[in-house]
Design a protein around this ligand. Structure first.
Ligand code: ATP
Ligand code: MG
Length: 317
């Protein structure tokens, strides 16, 4: 079975929704030399209301790769499933305060974050299933969609990148995360229905742009679980590039069993198997992101790990 061409499936991304695919190309200082820390963080929400497309895998491994590159990075777990928390190696016993407390105004991020998780430059704001309660408890709250934005504003200048792992829904938690973000990164799984439902996500972005957060942009579409042997993967990649153009990262994330295994060891892929194609892909994606932001590249040799590091080679489709 082969996916129909995007143009044959007219309407699955509406024209108005497509208009919001504008990405501000940052006025980057592209000096090739020393690492330049941003004055304030770039806040990137990783969202797609479709489940299981690789949001958490991307949040964890991109955050780790950025930290390897000595970018001061905060990973915010914005999903009650808490998969980013456990996936990065944080156990329930390691913390008391969570994203829930921050959203409810009972803690600041500075109080709740865990410092230097796995890497010197990686902090984590953890989540637990309690966070699901925020969806209901915030309904009647003041400025209910601005809670995370206000919280993030207080620690923005501590970081170069803040990555937010969103839940598979477009509820109040996701709205809070998109309201807090400068940019939305959309993981797209290379499967038949990959682009279905994107109109809904892009319309949500549109509402946020016209309300709480006019500066929200789409800063990238990432193809995940790509299998070069499958026509379907290649077709989805072609469709995505047709719709999103240069917003699609050159690097695709291949389907790689090492990426699926790593979370059960509480390790990002660069610590679990730095030589795997999954690790290479996420380091290359971090490099693309850093290049877009105008700073220097990931140096895999800085991975503090027992195995021999190899230079990432680009995996592209
Ligand atoms: P949810 O919507 O439930 O939050 P998600 O979008 O965060 O899901 P992940 O949890 O990252 O998706 O991935 C879903 C499953 O696919 C997980 O078991 C993960 O280990 C696996 N997976 C993700 N990316 C890859 C990959 N590139 N290769 C192989 N397995 C992958
Ligand atoms: Mg997830």
């Amino acid at each position: 079975m082969c996916a129909p061409r995007a143009s044959e499936r007219d309407g699955y991304i509406t024209a108005p929704a497509r208009q919001h695919l504008t990405s501000p190309r940052r006025s980057a200082d592209r000096s090739p030399n020393a690492i330049q820390h941003r004055a304030v963080a770039r806040v990137i929400a990783i969202a797609n209301q479709k489940g299981g497309v690789g949001k958490t895998t991307t949040a964890v491994n991109l955050a780790a790769s950025l930290a390897v590159a000595e970018r001061r990075t905060l990973l915010i777990d914005g999903d009650p499933q808490g998969n980013a928390t456990s996936g990065i190696g944080v156990a329930r016993a390691d913390f008391e305060r969570t994203t829930y407390d921050v959203l409810l105004g009972e803690s600041t991020i500075a109080e709740a974050r865990l410092r230097a998780v796995q890497f010197r430059h990686l902090d984590v704001l953890p989540a637990t299933p309690d966070l699901a309660g925020a969806e209901v408890e915030l309904v009647d709250a003041d400025a209910r969609e601005r809670r995370m934005r206000r919280a993030v504003d207080t620690i923005r200048d501590d970081y170069d990148f803040i990555l937010i792992d969103c839940p598979p829904s477009l509820g109040l938690i996701t709205l809070n995360m998109l309201a807090a973000a400068d940019a939305l990164l959309i993981p797209l799984q290379c499967e038949y229905y990959a682009l279905e439902g994107l109109s809904q996500l892009l319309n949500t972005v549109h509402l946020i742009q016209h309300g709480v957060n006019p500066s929200l942009a789409i800063s990238g579409v990432l193809l995940t679980m790509y299998d070069a042997r499958l026509n379907l993967s290649r077709q989805v990649a072609a469709d995505a590039r047709e719709y999103f153009g240069s917003e699609v990262f050159d690097t695709v994330v291949p389907r790689n069993v090492r990426l699926a295994e790593a979370p059960s060891f509480g390790k990002p892929i660069v610590l679990y198997d730095v030589q795997s194609i999954g690790a290479q892909a996420y380091m290359a994606i971090a490099n693309e992101l850093i290049a877009r932001e105008g700073t220097t590249t990931v140096q895999p040799a800085t991975v503090k790990h027992e195995s021999t590091a190899t230079a990432p080679s680009e995996v592209t489709a």
